[in-house]
Write a protein that binds this ligand. Structure first.
Ligand SMILES: CC(C)(COP(=O)(O)OP(=O)(O)OC[C@H]1O[C@@H](n2cnc3c(N)ncnc32)[C@H](O)[C@@H]1OP(=O)(O)O)[C@@H](O)C(=O)NCCC(=O)NCCS
Length: 177
């Protein structure tokens, strides 16, 4: 399978293609959440697009045929994920990983295109040239995605739930320099 990776903004046919891929990927187990595409479109447009370092990549296997997406931004105090993880960590560890960090917020590859290396290439492209000291993310422990992140050099920082009684997540980080 051939694909190309392109940087886009938060509107237009490629953005909508990315949201469709995201919705498809997260409607499957272990997430089984059919509403997630609409939710993430809203969150990106209302909030994430305005964050420093926002970058959105799509992988296309033909003109306007999106098969994968990933985006991130610079992590800062006052952001819900950043503050929640910071509170869960011992202060020195929190500063080491979150003090100057890029957050890999979401990544998805269409189910029929998974396991061809698209996810790895999206992450490598997203992090290429970043000036932050680390890249951080969280991933549910019952998903296989952590295997990909470990292969790309991410290590486990902690395991935690983001809501009382919620699913456990690995919080993972990679040193960028
Ligand atoms: C995780 C995901 C983005 C990886 O993209 P990909 O193009 O399949 O990744 P690559 O081909 O570069 O690497 C394959 C690795 O991804 C992981 N992977 C493959 N299919 C997966 C799936 N359905 N769910 C989670 N991880 C998967 C495996 O670790 C695999 O490595 P392995 O073959 O050594 O087991 C993609 O599988 C996906 O969209 N999964 C569903 C949504 C998701 O879990 N997103 C991440 C949330 S933190």
């Amino acid at each position: 399978m051939d694909w190309t990776i392109t940087s886009i903004g938060a509107s237009g046919p490629l953005f909508e293609g990315a949201i469709a891929v995201y919705g498809e990927a997260f409607s499957r187990p272990p997430y089984s959440d059919p509403d997630r595409g609409a939710e993430i479109r809203q969150r990106i447009r209302d909030t994430h697009v305005f964050r420093s370092g926002f970058s959105f990549l799509v992988a296309c296997s033909g003109p306007e045929r999106v098969v994968g997406m990933a985006y991130g931004y610079h992590g800062s105090d006052g952001q819900w994920w950043h503050d929640t993880v910071r509170r869960a960590l011992e202060p020195r560890l929190a500063e080491q990983w979150l003090g100057n960090s890029y957050e890999l917020v979401e990544i998805a590859v269409h189910p029929v295109a998974q396991s061809h290396g698209i996810g790895a290439e999206l992450i490598e492209n997203l992090l290429d040239g970043r000036h932050e000291a680390t890249c951080v993310l969280s991933t549910r422990t019952d998903s296989d995605a952590h295997r990909l992140y470990r292969r790309l050099g991410f290590e486990e920082i902690t395991e935690m739930a983001f809501t009382a009684g919620g699913y456990p997540f690995y919080v993972m980080g990679k040193k960028l320099r």
